[in-house]
Design a protein around this ligand. Structure first.
Ligand code: MF3
Ligand code: CO
Ligand code: CO
Length: 284
């Protein structure tokens, strides 16, 4: 595992690997929200710094090194590191890898798609965001998958807001995906986030009638749909992290950390100047 300077604040699991049971409220205090804006900005800015450097031939281990350095440079701890024993500082999920791909020595090939999922722990709170990048010259079906998954996240955000049941999010995402002939992964979901990386709230990306928790101002959570070209059923590699499509077809994901406000939804994982990484890193 890469090292983090001693002066950087760590989450409790950094030493033990065990985050323990989730105990935090679904609703954040004003003061926590202010800190989450900064953690979310830092995570977005790491994507904006690292992703333009990703080219065919680069290994995902190198992406891990770049994300680690960029996170530490902002005074943050890379949240994946030792979370439930996860060995790296970022997740890199290539082609048929649905999520939680572990960076390794394989160089990215021209035509790959790769999701880079950055989470930073800064001043006691987490910011979690990911984009799927087109590496070199990508085939039309994969390109459409990536762009439509980005739109699916936008549809999920548009469906959310104060007073809205949380299952409206998954209903909107699923409707959009199915209309476009794409599958929706069910095994992995969005989550409450704050002082804990993953807290109580569950955000499915498909329609489920129950539970229908009502969103209220101060809630912070992620939406992170994983859409597939083929069947969305997943299998797990024997590393117990890498989730892949069973049929081996490609899958894409985008993720934001979000805040429910009185007026609507605030995207916490945008840069300080308002730039949303997915808008500038993925052409089209
Ligand atoms: N960032 C992932 C998410 O969106 C979680 C990664 S857990 C790790 O929830 F341990 F693999 F990093
Ligand atoms: Co997440
Ligand atoms: Co994430």
């Amino acid at each position: 595992m890469r090292t983090v300077p001693a002066e950087i604040g760590r989450p409790p699991y950094a030493v033990t690997g065990d985050p323990g049971p989730s105990t935090s409220s679904n609703v954040r205090t004003e003061e926590e929200i202010e800190r989450m804006r900064l953690a979310g900005q830092a995570a977005a800015e790491v994507l904006l710094e690292v992703c333009p450097q990703i080219v065919p031939g680069m290994t995902t281990d190198r992406i891990d090194e770049l994300v680690h350095q960029a996170s530490v440079a902002r005074g943050g701890y890379p949240s994946p590191l030792n979370y439930r024993g996860y060995p790296k500082s970022v997740c890199t999920s290539v082609n048929e890898v649905v999520c939680h791909g572990i960076p390794d020595s394989r160089p990215l090939a021209d035509g790959d798609i790769v999701n880079v999922d950055v989470t930073i722990y800064l001043n006691g709170v987490h910011g979690d965001t990911s984009v799927t990048l087109l590496v070199g010259d990508v085939d039309d079906a994969s390109r459409a998958l990536v762009l439509q998954t980005r739109t699916a996240l936008a549809e999920g955000i548009a469906a959310a807001g104060p007073g809205v049941p949380v299952n409206a999010i998954g209903r909107a995402i699923e409707r959009f995906a199915l209309r476009n002939g794409l599958g929706v992964v069910q095994e992995f979901i969005g989550h409450g986030i704050g002082t804990e990386f993953h807290s109580g709230l569950q955000v499915k990306h498909y329609y489920a009638p129950y539970p229908d928790t009502i969103l209220v101002p101060g809630m912070t959570f992620t939406i992170e749909p994983m859409l597939t070209l083929g069947d969305p059923a997943c299998a797990m590699w024997d590393d117990d992290w890498t989730a892949v499509t069973r049929d081996g077809r490609r899958t894409a994901q985008f993720e934001h950390t979000l805040l429910v406000t009185e007026e609507g939804i605030e995207i916490l994982t945008a840069a300080a100047d308002g730039t949303v990484p997915a808008d500038v890193l993925v052409a089209g």
